[in-house]
Design a protein around this ligand. Sequence first.
Ligand code: FBP
Length: 559
Amino acid sequence: MKELSALQIERLKYQPKLPASLAGGINNLSMVEGNKTQAVKDCEQIEELFKNTYGKPVVTFKTTSSTQNSEARNIGVILSGGQAPGGHNVIAGLYDALKQSNPNSKLYGFLGGPSGIIEGQYIEFTPEKINAYRNTGGFDIIGSGRTKLETEEQFQKTLQVCKNLNITGVVIIGGDDSNTNAAMLAEWFVKNNAGIQVIGCPKTIDGDLKNDQIEISFGFDTATKTYAELIGNILRDANSAKKYWHFIKLMGRSATHVGLEVALQTQPNITLISEEVEERKMSLKQIVDYMSGIIAKRAEMGKNFGIALIPEGLIEFIPEVKAMIANLNDILAELENDAVYTSSDDNAKFTIIKGKLNAQDAAVYDSLPAMIKKQLLMDRDPHGNVQVSKIETEKLLIEMVSAKLAEMKKAGTYTGKFSSQCHFFGYEGRCAFPSNFDADYCYSLGFNAYALMKFGLTGYLSSVKNLSAPASEWVAGGVPLTMMMNMEKRHGAFKPVIKKALVELNGPVFKELERNREDWALNDRYIFPGSIQYFGPSSVCDITTETLKLENAAKLTAV
Ligand code: FBP
């Protein structure tokens, strides 16, 4: 019986690269402070809620020749939210920095996400444990979860667990919701003189945890390359068989960064961008008309095949559906403990819901197929988000496009043959072996997280910038979490949360799609990226995403 794959054995030996400022060693760093910061929006409310951690400066690190030795410390780490390639390397980087700082320091891993720190479920990392997971995908080293840390009781329990283990620092590896947890916990610890620092690390394949200071969240690079490989393969299949339209839903809960990146890597016929749908106030009908129009034109050219990319979060961006979902969220929060509602069957639930929605929203709700109506009533996640991965938008669109094409056929405006296949790519990419980029970036983020702790900071997100350059030129530092926050309605109430970065329609990445999509719709400009390469020439092993390339090039031109 084999225990490890050949690639796993080779990847365990890979030594991730660090920025030059960190490569000099954790004990040879100096910190440079920038200007004070403020929240992206709702500054007064955020300052009021984060009295102790608000407004701190952005910081960066430099190597210095003077060596600072440190006392041994115990640190805890949590993997939070959806899996993203590279999480194990964040832990490896953190572990190596901690041990380099003082070999007697200890790293504890809390099991199953934030609930692990509340319930005191943990392991202590050993060199053997860390070495077995270096450069591997997945979060299975300690598991992950989506518990929201927000109540006094949870914070008290967390404090007790940390005290029992003599932990003075916690690293939370997560996306926007998990780093909101990190900000809340950091503030609570300072307010209660707990002497425990909290540092976040930017994780999510969705790519929506970014801003001027965070160029990209980790995992986006590997996940999009994995989806691009699969979609490239499907493009080739479609172009070989010439008989199917493939409707592919792509993960990315809200923003369409994943869809946009994959489109630029593969050049499919149709790419829907949720942010554009919202901006142009497109209805579901208009989306269906747009797709059917392209399908009909291709049919006229004798091409009854093609690929359409559909963002996972599309449904929440169609203005009429978005408004209905916002009201539905409030109604579901209200009905959470209603015995009549919870014990009802699907049809009875639809009737209760329709009775509570206003006339316009009820009409929108009613216009959806039963499958989607039911999926919209499923539980929200602990952060109040609709679980869009469970909403089969690709099937909804296939159904509606088929109906539209049938109408067009009757009217004589479509003479083709529409045969479809649907796919959902999400979980396929979240645990892939991290690309060299993600392996290096994650290791650096983890190493840097401990640097932030060493300098006494709390309520910061580990930041590594200048990512289009070789790793040695990356810039390591930290960004206050409150700088990214605003107030948003969740579970029926306004709460402080990290603002998601959506696709900017004036940005260079969307513009690139816009410039090309008409051509890609009709003329087959398919690109086949192939699988991620881990060994071989730098020209194939170290390529970054189109998103990072275009965004960083635009920043340089703007300077
Ligand atoms: P994070 O924001 O926690 O990184 O998770 C992102 C994501 O992968 C989304 O793309 C997707 O909608 C969601 O997680 C799926 O959640 P789950 O893993 O709970 O099914």
